[in-house]
Design a protein around this ligand. Structure first.
Ligand SMILES: C[S@@+](CC[C@H](N)C(=O)[O-])C[C@H]1O[C@@H](n2cnc3c(N)ncnc32)[C@H](O)[C@@H]1O
Length: 212
């Protein structure tokens, strides 16, 4: 999953400021159960982006047990309060997220939905300041027009796994997920409605600002 060398990854992780023991607990669970969370390096960048734009309304597609949500919720709280939408289709993960995020003090900030994320976004009132996409990769391209509509001008889209463990470089890999990630990258990078960069940390984040 991590495309960085262990040396670089360890170095970057050590630069992340100390975090709440509950977040460390969530990281340990991911490591033991091989659950793909964004991890502290990307989590901290997500937090930074949300603080930078003063995000008060954040929508996550594919939230897992609340690890990425926690970073966004911290930013929203520090920005003066607002809401982070946690959306996942697994009831058990949603329950786990509620427990963790309650312990972290984000009750009242996080709104939970158990359901399909694109449909949930469709039925949610925009605009959002920041949208984070971490759903099944084959569905990335079809989520993009809706995300664009629901994001405010100047808002930020962050898409996870944009380097897909390097599989995007392998021409022999024509799986739906890999093709969808390549397509999504092109849809954002070659589009004058967005200004975007690929940040090659962990599995790669696409960070895009909606220009108009
Ligand atoms: C990669 S994990 C999320 C990790 C989380 N962003 C974090 O860093 O803590 C993606 C989760 O979203 C769920 N998921 C995938 N596609 C989804 C969709 N279209 N709607 C709702 N949940 C989805 C998966 O079952 C999985 O639990």
């Amino acid at each position: 999953m991590d495309i960085l060398s262990k040396q670089l990854s360890d170095y970057l992780e050590n630069l992340v400021p100390p975090r709440h023991p509950e977040l460390k607990k969530m990281e340990d669970y991911a490591a033991k159960n091989n659950f793909p969370i964004i991890g502290p390096i990307c989590g901290h960048l997500c937090y930074q982006m949300a603080r930078t734009i003063g995000a008060k309304r954040i929508f996550e597609l594919g939230s897992g047990y609340g690890y990425s949500t926690a970073w966004f919720a911290q930013a929203v709280k520090e920005n003066g309060g607002g809401e982070v939408h946690h959306v996942v289709w697994d009831d058990e993960l949603s329950k786990m997220a509620r427990e963790h995020l309650k312990t972290l003090g984000y009750e009242g900030t996080v709104k939970y939905t158990v359901g399909e994320a694109i449909q949930t976004l469709q039925h949610s009132q925009g605009p959002f300041d920041l949208i984070f996409n971490d759903i099944d990769k084959a569905d990335y391209p079809k989520s993009l027009p809706l995300i664009y509509d629901k994001l405010r001008v100047g808002g930020v889209l962050i898409i996870d796994n944009i380097l897909w463990s390097g599989r995007i470089f392998d021409d022999m890999d024509q799986s739906d997920a890999t093709k969808a990630i390549r397509e999504t990258t092109g849809m954002v990078m070659n589009n004058d409605r967005w200004v975007a960069s690929v940040v090659p940390m962990r599995d790669g984040l696409l960070v895009a600002t909606k220009l108009r």
